[in-house]
Write a protein that binds this ligand. Structure first.
Ligand code: NAI
Length: 447
């Protein structure tokens, strides 16, 4: 009997499998598609690869500012960008396979179904295990809008990443993380992009003040936003909706992308058969990933919590530590990054969350232009660092727009994870000249 069967080889499943194997446990990892899950094959990594190609084009257009002549006429070879993306994904997939092999995880390529606690069938073969960890992720979900299902010009995020050529125009439903990243990508490639969002704002999980600044930036880049809209129906590339004033509107695009959320992959698993508690939001489990059925655990997007690769990994490893070391997870602050241009990264509470909790706070909002390196590296770009702290100086939230926001947020995360006050955080030495000095200045503004 195996110590652990993991179902699903995304960042939740494969990291949990490797961790258990490193603890000396026998581990079988069952995956029906490619290793790496959504993140590596049709999510985080391929979008970032295409966004980097699009940014290279944008950099060329502004190269004259740096004294570089002749780059302004540069064009993007989308097929070449796709091929670079595919090569990167293939290389990283090999990396995951190598890491799992070194850790001693056995991998079987098969669709898994749980027959009972401790018994999993994969392509007709029974496998027995003390523990089963479900890490099957989530997939794009369609809202119940007439004309979406079966629409020949409708893309989901996976199909949008595999387009052989760029469309002339794209209408995106949903201004959440996926909608905004694809809007930024295709607008930078010269595509006419319209985004239709039900809420009166973009990026609902982000701090509203920085989300508004991001909205202005994205509008400046030519993306058209229709906020507070209610879509009534879709017919091929035409979307009919009422705008925020209640007036009927319509727009037509060559392709549509629906980015209104993702649904947990709970089918095919036999959850009803073995009595695992789940609903359309996902599998219910405790903070260690324990489901209601002893020996069956879950982690990542399938649990319906925060749908982020690094959170799936944290949950998967926490489940393994709970099952084999009887360890409770350390409370963690989970950062997130929106990879638009400019990037928006955050950790801890937003101002709206603090207001909703009636928590007293102080805030500083500092332009990144305070850093010489930012002016050198990102001329004429928006950059802001926002720090929220309790009256006694305890750090509550850090939000960064622009520059290398995603690369600065781990520093901010470390400050919050350690439960530091502004005074303690300022004991850290920030190297000069770096863009991180804008974070130091934002902390200093609250001292
Ligand atoms: P989301 O939940 O982030 O955003 C969906 C948006 O669609 C919301 O703004 C919502 O108000 C809007 N919406 C819903 N129904 C609508 C309708 N009928 N008409 C117009 N607008 C409508 O979902 P999204 O962007 O699909 O992402 C799914 C998950 O994947 C998220 O949890 C996200 O965190 C994760 N993800 C994270 C990434 C990152 O961290 N960089 C990248 C890609 C995905």
């Amino acid at each position: 009997m195996t110590d652990l069967i993991v179902i699903g080889a995304g960042p939740g499943g494969y990291e949990a499998a490797a961790e258990a194997a490193r603890l000396g446990k026998s581990v079988l990892l069952l995956e029906k598609e490619a290793l790496g899950g959504t993140c590596l094959n049709c999510g985080c990594i391929p979008t970032k690869a295409l966004l980097r190609s699009a940014h290279a084009l944008v950099d060329c257009r502004s190269a004259e500012r740096h004294g570089v002549q002749g780059a302004a006429q540069a064009k993007l070879d989308f097929a070449a960008a796709q091929s670079r993306k595919d090569q990167l994904v293939a290389m990283l997939r090999k990396g995951v396979a190598g890491m799992l092999k070194r850790a001693g995880v056995e991998i079987v390529s098969a669709t898994a179904q749980i027959a009972a606690p401790g018994i999993v069938f994969a392509e007709g073969m029974p496998y027995e295990a003390q523990n089963i960890l479900i890490a099957t992720g989530a997939r794009p979900a369609l809202p119940p809008i007439q004309g979406l299902a079966g629409n020949p010009v409708l893309l989901d995020s996976t199909a949008a990443l595999a387009l052989p050529q760029i469309p002339t125009s794209l209408a995106i439903i949903g201004a959440g993380v996926i909608g905004l990243e694809f809007a930024a990508l295709f607008a930078a490639c010269g595509v006419r992009v319209d985004v239709i969002e039900a809420l009166p704002r973009i990026a609902p999980a982000a701090d509203a003040e920085l989300a508004r600044r991001l909205l202005s930036e994205l509008r400046r880049q030519g993306i058209t936003f229709h906020l507070g809209c209610n879509i009534s129906r879709v017919s091929e590339g035409t979307i009919s909706f009422t705008d925020d004033a209640g007036a009927p509107q319509s727009l037509t695009a060559e392709k549509l992308l629906c980015a209104t959320g993702r649904a947990p992959c709970v089918e095919e698993l036999g959850l009803e058969l073995c009595g695992v508690d789940f609903d359309r939001h996902g599998i219910r489990c405790d903070s260690c990933g324990r489901t209601n059925v002893p020996g069956i655990w879950a982690c990542g997007d399938v649990t319906g919590g925060i749908q982020l690769a690094h959170e799936a990994t944290r949950q998967g490893v926490a489940a393994v530590h709970a099952m084999f070391c009887d360890e409770a997870p350390t409370p963690a602050v989970v950062p997130s990054v929106l990879y638009t241009h400019p990037e928006l990264a955050q950790v801890g509470e937003t101002e709206e969350q603090l207001q909703a909790l009636h928590t007293e706070y102080r805030k500083a909002l500092v332009p990144m232009g305070i850093s010489g390196r930012f002016l050198i590296e990102h001329p004429a770009e928006t950059g802001l660092v926002k720090v929220l702290a309790a009256p006694d100086g305890l750090l509550l939230g850090i939000h960064i727009l622009g520059g290398p926001a995603g690369e600065l947020i781990p520093t901010a995360t470390a400050l919050l994870q350690q439960g530091l006050t502004i005074r303690q955080a300022l004991q850290m030495v920030f190297p000069h000249p770096t863009i991180a000095e804008a974070l130091k200045e934002a902390l200093r503004a609250l001292q």
